[in-house]
Each structure stands twice: as structure tokens, then as C-alpha cells.
Design a binder for this molecule. Structure first.
Ligand code: AMP
Length: 597
């Protein structure tokens, strides 16, 4: 069967999936169990039986650490992959893993790539339903990248999921013709040459472009910053019909030789007049006047890039379509043009089996880790049986307004696996619930008994950012660090600032940033403030870093194996080397001047 669903068929498929969500879920689980009950992993709990009830009773809910020993046996010791999953493994997926400081490794199969094609075509159909004649009308400017692959000791290639996808036959056959970027520019391993050439192609086809995007909002934001630096050179290439000499990648050169075929001074003049304005407000609309929406994930930790992207967009709506992870494609936004703060995702019920662990309130983890202190398999099942773990809920039984931690079972060897995301039920489409992304479960900062999660930090940052606006200052990126070298320990935030209307160096009164320190503290949780009052946590510090620091941080993570497409700024720095990248570029330091109320 072809994995791609046509644009016309897609919405009908989505209706069927959401009407019969439960049937699809039961079928997915049955198939996974039928296929994988004989794997060593499942046999420990099910003794070979493909029984759904037994599965939920006996198989423990786990995290990456639960499957890691199996992955290591496959990857490092070359043991057969059927210890974990029945389907042949074609590669190892490396997740960006920036929040853990280390990449996670997972099996990749051909079926998972087919599922990606399927879900991506469903997402495109959902977007198309709300935009007249989208695909018939033109091309999509999607900035897409790949990472070099490595070979693990067992001989399998290891790479990020999207690198596997962009290199796959599926991508070439079903998707590449939709985009302005020729496939060889996407597959170029030098991300600067790749991005430059992708921009050049998108500018040469600017009158055909119907949407603009990248996987995450942060990627598009960084790309626009790159465009600010190189638009003159791009114009000169278009004006003369000659590609810059520093583009040495053969794939890029060949692709451009077919597109940059003649001098085009008229087009170069138009681009130049849009870009010479000191303010780049609305630049996307000016450069790609027919673009109907901006296709980037701008929810969760990406929400912070919305204001700056909206500034560049000139009124073109930002649409977050997919909700996906390295582990599996997860959900689709069926109301693409809802307000960014209202975006919800409908989980696709025939790609994975979903379970939900209720979280008492959205700021608290209610479930306890199963694997952490179990010493053996028996120990594990025993603990599982008698422990106080909250029962999981199936997809169609979740309750409106309730928050849940997402647990998935996939055909790629993940059984009752916690993705690490907390979701809130916001409504239903037919019988399928829709979820708002609430946060990663990860705790990012802790110096004493208090704990701060990524979304708490984001919320506190949002409050502090309000103080910057009247002074024309924009926070372009941030990260944090728990400094326990001081007594007491304290939180350190690294901030990169810019002026809203120009690329001049930011200027400000130190008191503004000190006030920001206090505002962040005021917005943090009760326990944090209590620790501050008891002086077991010291005053919060903001270290303002030089321009380009976060680009340097991204370069550092990319040199360590993160993918450009999937890169997300780590909101808490745990790696010593990454810390040095930030700390060596600190321009000024400010401390909170008062204890929070
Ligand atoms: P990775 O496996 O490194 O690509 O990261 C996957 C994670 O990115 C998910 O588990 C989410 O935490 C986050 N993510 C992916 N899609 C979205 C989305 N649409 N909205 C918010 N967060 C997302």
C-alpha cells in the first residue's frame, strides 16, 4: 500500500480515524503485540502471549532508561535486533537529546518511515482544507537539513529521524517536488551552504511560494538572521546569474546551475528594495508576497519565538501543524488557523498505541518512576504489581480539562514508554480527543529542595520580557544554569538581547535587567521563593551575553551530533563545554536586588 494519502483523500481519512479512534487504537495494539510478543523484552512479562489485558497488567511503564540496556546490546554488542522488536531495523535514530545532554538511541524501521509519510500527508491535507487550492497553486519553501551519519559498532547507521526521512525514497518520491529546495541542497552536509542555496532557490521562485517554513520556529528565526547577513550576496548572485565561489558542494552547485541560468537584475532590484529598509518588519511578506502561512512548530518551548517571527511575517499567520518526536509521529493540528495559544493536536490513532497517566495538576508529576531503583526483572514486575502507580487511561477515555503524561507503544520496540510530555485535553474532534502541549516533564533547574521545570522558566521569562519592551529591547534567546559553586547556590540565566528595530548593539539601564531578575523570581514557584527567603537559594543572576552567542551554542551542539532541523536551545545547561561556550561570551552580570514576596 502507498503510504502517501492524496490531498483530496486526506481529510476523509482524518474523519474516519477520529470517528473510529478506539477501534484503530485496539487494532494498533493487537498488531504490535502479535508481531512482538516473542521478543525477549516482552517475553519477560507476557511469556509469549499477545494479550492486551495482560500487556497492561504486566508490562511496566518505562522511560528511555528502561530500554537503554537493550539498545546498547543491539548497538554496541551487535546482538540481533529481535531482542526488542520483530521488524528489521534499518538505522538507529538519534534524538536531539539536548535537554539530557546526551542523544537517545532508538531503532528505526521502514514502517516508521512509511508512517511519517502518511502522517505528513495527512497534516498537509488538514492545512490544505483551510487554504484554497494551496498545493495546486505553488511551492513550499521549507528549510530542511540533514546531519552526517555515524556508524555504530554493530554496523548500523545512526542519525536524527529527519535525516533518515530526507534521505529516504519516500521523501524523494512523495514530497521533494513540493518544495522550492532541490533535494541535493537539503542533503548538503554543510549547513551554511545548504541554507544559502535553499534561500537562493526560494528567492528565484519567490512568486510561486505559498508557504514558508522549517520544522521549528527557532530554525526559521535563525534562518532569517542568516538572511540579514547574506541578502546582499544573494542579490548579487541573482543580478549576475553567477553563484558565489564559496559554494563548493557539488550537489548544491549542480542544482543551482539548473536554476540560476541567467542574470536577473529586475528580481535582484525588487529583493534589494525590500531588504534595504532598516527595519525588517514584514520582510517575509515582502519577499514572498503569495505566502499564505508560516509552517513552523511554535507551541511548547517554541512559543517564545512567536513575537519575533510575527514581527518578520507582516501579518502572515503562523501555523503549527505537527506534533512529533523521534520516537513516533504523534499528532496533527486539525484547526491550523486557530490562535497560536489555542493550538491543539489530535493524536493519530493508527500510528501508535497511546496511554495517559493523569497528572494531578499541570505543575506536578504524579506518577513514580518504575525502573529507577529496580534491581532485576523480577524485582521490576513485583514493584510494578504492588506499587502505588496511577492507572493509565486509554485515548478515548481521557477527560476534558485534565492533564496527562503521554505514554506510547510503537512497532519500533517502545512498550509503554513515557515520551516525557504533559498534555491537556482541550476538546474532541468526533471521538478523538485534542490536546494542548503543556510542557516537558523534565525538571531543568534545582539547587536545593526546590525544582523548576522548563515551562515554569518559560512563564517567568515571559513576565520578565514585558519589562524589556518599552525600551525597545528583545530577548532573542536564553538558557539557564544551576550554579552550585556559590553558597548558597543560585540560578543563572544567560540572555541574548537585541534592539527591536535595528541591528545596533543593545543599550539599557542596568536597573532594567536587575528588575527582570526580580520579576523572574517573583514568577517562580512557592518552594523557590521559600528557599530564597530562607537563604538556601541565592539571588537570581542574569548574564547578558554577546550577540551571536546562541548561534555559537547551536554550532557547538551540532558539532556534537544534534541536527540543525531538530535543534532546540537547551533551556538548562548541564554540559561543562556548553556552559563554557556561553560563559566565555558574557558581557554583563546582574543580580536580583530583593527577596521575592
Ligand atoms: P525530538 O525527539 O528531539 O525531536 O523532540 C521531540 C519533542 O519535541 C516532543 O516530545 C515535544 O516535547 C517537542 N515537540 C514536538 N512537536 C511539538 C509541538 N508541536 N509542540 C510542542 N512541542 C513539540
Amino acid at each position: 500500500m502507498e503510504p502517501k494519502v492524496s490531498i483530496q483523500e486526506g481529510w476523509k481519512v482524518l474523519e474516519d480515524l477520529t470517528i473510529n479512534a478506539d477501534q484503530f487504537q485496539q487494532k494498533v495494539l493487537e498488531e504490535i503485540l502479535k508481531q512482538n510478543a516473542g521478543t525477549e523484552y516482552l517475553k519477560r512479562f507476557l511469556e509469549g502471549q499477545a494479550d492486551k489485558e495482560l500487556f497492561k497488567k504486566k508490562v511496566p511503564i518505562t522511560t528511555y532508561d528502561g530500554i537503554k540496556p537493550y539498545i546498547e546490546r543491539i548497538v554496541v554488542h551487535g546482538e540481533p535486533t529481535d531482542i526488542l522488536l520483530a521488524e528489521p531495523v534499518t538505522a538507529i535514530t538519534l534524538s536531539s537529546g539536548t535537554s539530557r545532554g546526551q542523544a537517545k538511541m532508538m531503532p528505526l524501521t521502514n514502517k516508521q518511515l512509511d508512517q511519517l509519510t502518511y502522517c505528513r500527508s495527512l497534516a498537509m491535507s488538514a492545512a490544505n482544507k483551510f487554504v484554497d487550492g494551496l498545493l495546486e497553486e505553488g511551492k513550499q519553501m521549507q528549510l530542511l537539513f540533514v546531519r552526517p551519519e555515524i556508524y555504530v559498532p554493530s554496523g548500523l547507521p545512526a542519525r536524527p529521524i529527519l535525516t533518515s526521512y530526507h534521505k529516504s525514497k519516500n521523501f524523494e518520491k512523495y514530497e521533494s517536488s513540493l518544495y522550492t529546495s532541490p533535494i541535493s541542497t537539503i542533503l548538503c552536509l554543510d549547513s551554511k551552504q545548504s541554507l544559502y542555496c535553499q534561500f537562493l532557490c526560494a528567492l528565484l521562485q519567490r512568486d510561486e511560494v505559498v508557504n514558508i517554513g522549517a520544522v521549528f520556529a527557532s530554525v526559521l528565526f535563525r534562518a532569517i538572521r542568516f538572511l540579514e547577513d547574506c541578502w546582499k550576496e544573494l542579490c548579487s548572485n541573482i543580478r549576475t546569474g553567477r553563484l558565489s565561489d564559496w559554494i563548493t558542494d557539488t550537489g548544491c552547485k549542480n542544482a543551482l546551475s539548473l536554476m540560476l541560468t541567467r542574470p536577473n537584475p529586475e528580481q535582484a532590484d525588487l529583493i534589494e528594495s525590500a531588504c534595504t529598509n532598516k527595519s525588517w518588519e514584514g520582510i517575509i511578506k515582502k519577499l514572498w508576497p503569495k505566502a499564505k502561512y508560516i509552517d513552523v512548530i511554535a507551541t511548547g518551548s517554541m512559543a517564545q519565538y512567536l513575537p519575533i517571527l510575527e514581527f518578520y511575517c507582516g501579518g502572515i499567520p503562523v501555523v503549527s501543524m505537527p506534533y512529533a518526536s523521534s520516537e513516533s509521529f504523534l499528532g496533527i493540528n486539525l484547526k491550523p488557523f486557530s490562535k497560536p495559544c489555542d493550538v491543539s493536536y489530535t493524536l493519530v490513532p493508527d500510528v501508535a498505541y497511546f496511554e495517559f497517566l493523569p497528572v494531578k495538576d499541570c505543575n506536578e508529576e504524579e506518577t513514580k518512576e518504575v525502573h529507577s531503583d529496580a534491581k532485576s526483572d523480577n524485582d521490576l514486575t513485583e514493584k510494578q504489581n504492588k506499587k502505588e502507580e496511577i492507572e493509565s487511561v486509554e485515548l478515548v477515555n481521557v477527560k476534558l480539562g485534565q492533564c496527562y503524561e503521554l505514554v506510547i507503544t510503537t512497532c519500533t520496540g517502545l512498550y509503554r514508554y513515557k515520551v516525557g510530555d504533559v498534555l491537556r485535553v482541550t476538546g474532541f474532534h468526533n471521538n478523538a480527543p485534542q490536546f494542548q502541549f503543556v510542557r516537558r516533564q523534565d525538571v531543568v533547574l534545582s539547587v536545593d529542595v526546590e525544582k523548576t521545570s522548563e515551562d515554569e522558566l518559560l512563564e517567568a521569562m515571559t513576565q520578565a520580557k514585558l519589562l524589556l519592551k518599552p525600551f525597545g529591547l528583545v530577548l532573542t534567546d536564553y538558557s539557564s544554569y544551576a550554579d552550585v559553586s556559590t553558597v548558597p547556590g543560585h540560578y543563572v540565566l544567560f540572555w541574548e538581547l537585541k534592539m527591536e528595530e535595528s541591528s545596533d548593539l543593545p543599550e539599557f539601564n542596568p536597573q532594567i535587567i536587575e528588575q527582570c531578575c526580580s520579576t523572574v523570581e517573583e514568577s517562580l514557584n512557592y518552594l523557590y521563593k521559600n528557599c530564597r527567603k530562607g537563604n538556601t537559594v541565592g539571588p537570581l543572576e542574569i548574564r547578558v551575553v554577546e550577540q551571536g552567542t546562541f548561534d555559537a551554542l547551536m554550532d557547538f551542539y551540532i558539532s556534537k551530533g544534534s541536527s540543525v532541523s531538530q535543534y532546540k536551545t537547551p533551556r538548562c545547561i548541564k554540559l561543562e563545554e556548553a556552559f563554557k561556550v556561553l560563559d566565555s561570551r558574557v558581557a554583563q552580570r546582574y543580580f536580583s536586588q530583593k527577596v521575592p514576596a
